[in-house]
Design a protein around this ligand. Structure first.
Ligand SMILES: [Zn+2]
Ligand SMILES: [Zn+2]
Length: 532
């Protein structure tokens, strides 16, 4: 089986043919929360394509258009960002003209772009960003606006083919002017002369004129106009535009018949959903403020881990992300890393290895680096001292045999990052993994153990003393002990006893990965002490 990306790439190469300088573009509307779903097609896929084409010796620009002239619609989620009713008075303005609800940035766009644009370089370096606000200052774009206005009847007939039920009336000009009176966008354009639009505003009744720099083309014209002005060759886009006879088809036809150029290769992709502890909450949505941002992601994981999920899961299939499962995502990533550095792979392992390679932002290391399990890191970060934490953890990893050599700088850096990331993850998204070792076995705990409890702990202490202290061996020892029926207490009671004597509480995290990062001697001593 060929990796989905390696099936797509030859198609892209065939589409662009011999053309040397290429532009891979995508577009985003900064209508609200800039969630990680937008890193999938718009950023990661574009980056993979741009990088592969550069590898084939061509200069490639990866570009991103931010739709900042779009109207702020005042959806419920958007209004909810403001205190009380304040948001209502901004409905109809351009996104760029809506104030920052939190007053820490110049406007709405700057505020919501921060948690995406501010860390974008780490997910895909070198993306060229243009806003549509800038685009309308471009003389080429302005000339196109004039041309389309001059041929408005021809444009109208074509656009109406796609709007059978609500055709535009004769005299329609495909430009949404800015109203100087009520400062909204979408005033009806009467005529365009030079860089000035004459308009009549249906919102406030004002008639006047404004610069075309402040307005925008109707979206069916705007999309192909941006392709033309920015010379786009390849463009991934969200699947909602992809239906036959849908918006992309109309834009493609406009490009070919009205603007006379070949439209870019379009690559539709599926949305990214969000779930909360396994409960699917639907697709991430910007103006619905549903999802989480790239800035939130890098608090708990490296960008490569998310890129891996995007590289591994075919672009045409929906994917659901859950911050509660970040530990599992690391398991997947680590396993893929292992496959990548292994000579012996079969079936899906090939896809995993290839996805790992694609996920790397920089060239992958030459040898397989040590990967500290995210779950181990989560516990280590909590039981280690604040001061000198990394040294302490490295020593513990050496002592427990999890790490069998002195780590390289790269490995140390990754250990340090995982300690910090996993700790943040426990605090923010998985608090049931919080642990605090009980320094001294308390009389309260001892009083909660009866003779059978103590016998169970004694049995396990003996077993543990003879184990190689790894997660797998610990897990196996517990399974064999509970399955063999040799425990004097029920399985649930045994774990309750175990957590009680180690943590002082009846519940705790998954036992094997947790025990594996503790000192074996300490665990055995504590069990024996409690069994005494
Ligand atoms: Zn702000
Ligand atoms: Zn107005």
């Amino acid at each position: 089986m060929t990796h989905w990306f390696d099936e797509l790439l030859p198609e892209a190469k065939a589409y662009v043919g011999e053309k040397r300088e290429l532009v891979v573009n995508a577009g985003l509307s900064v209508s609200g929360l800039q969630h990680v779903g937008r890193l999938r097609g718009e950023i990661t896929l574009s980056h993979l394509l741009a990088r592969a084409l550069r590898g084939a010796g061509r200069p490639v620009v990866q570009s991103l258009v931010l739709y900042t002239q779009d109207e702020w619609k005042g959806k419920e989620g958007q209004l909810g960002q403001f205190k009380g009713d304040e948001g209502r008075k901004y409905v109809g303005r351009r996104l760029i003209d809506v104030p920052d609800p939190f007053a820490c940035h110049g406007n709405w766009v700057d505020h919501y772009w921060r948690d995406f644009g501010g860390v974008l370089e780490r997910f895909a370096p070198g993306v060229r960003i243009v806003t549509t606000t800038e685009a309308y200052k471009n003389p080429e774009m302005q000339a196109l606006v004039r041309d389309l206005a001059a041929r408005s009847e021809e444009v109208r007939v074509l656009v109406n083919k796609y709007r059978a039920r609500h055709p535009y009336p004769s005299g329609w000009i495909p430009f949404e002017a800015f109203c100087e009176e009520c400062h909204t966008i979408g005033a009806k354009t009467i005529s365009i002369d030079g860089t000035t639009a004459k308009y009549r505003c249906e919102r406030c009744g004002h008639s006047g004129s404004s610069s075309i720099e402040k307005g925008k083309l109707n979206w069916r014209l705007e999309w192909p106009a941006l392709w033309k002005v920015y010379r786009v060759d390849i463009e991934p886009f969200g699947k909602d535009h992809a239906t036959p006879g849908g918006s992309r088809d109309s834009c493609k036809e406009i490009a070919e018949t009205i603007m006379h150029f070949r439209p870019p290769m379009g690559i539709p992709y599926e949305w990214v959903g969000i779930s909360d502890r396994g409960k699917d909450l639907g697709d991430m949505g910007s103006s619905d403020f549903l999802g989480f941002t790239p800035a939130q992601w890098i608090e708990v994981a490296d960008p490569e881990v998310l890129r891996y999920l995007y590289a591994y899961n075919p672009i045409f299939r929906r994917l659901v992300l859950d911050l509660y499962r970040v530990d599992t995502y690391h398991d997947l990533y680590d396993r893929a890393e292992e496959r990548f550095f292994s000579a012996d792979r079969e079936g899906d392992e090939e896809d995993q290895a290839r996805s790992y390679e694609l996920a790397q932002v920089s060239a992958p290391p030459t040898e397989r680096p040590f990967a500290l399990s995210y779950r181990h890191a989560a516990f280590l970060s909590q039981i280690s001292p604040e001061h000198g934490r990394i040294e302490w953890c490295v020593k513990r990893l050496r002592d427990t045999g999890i790490l069998d050599r002195t780590p390289t700088n790269l490995e140390r850096d990754r250990i340090a990052r995982r300690l910090e990331q996993s700790r943040g993850w426990v605090e923010k998204y998985a608090p049931e993994n919080r642990v605090r070792l009980m320094e001294v076995l308390s009389p309260q705990v001892q009083s909660q153990l009866d003779a059978k409890d103590r016998e169970g702990l004694r049995l396990y202490a003996t077993k543990a003393a003879g184990l190689p202290w790894t997660e797998d061996a610990i897990k196996e020892s517990m399974v064999s002990l509970t399955k063999a029926g040799s425990l004097p207490v029920e399985t649930g009671r045994f774990f309750r006893d175990l957590y009680l004597v180690l943590l002082g509480s009846e519940k705790g995290p998954r036992a094997a990965p947790f025990l594996a990062v503790l000192e074996k001697e300490w665990v055995v001593r504590r069990l024996k002490e409690a069994a005494h």
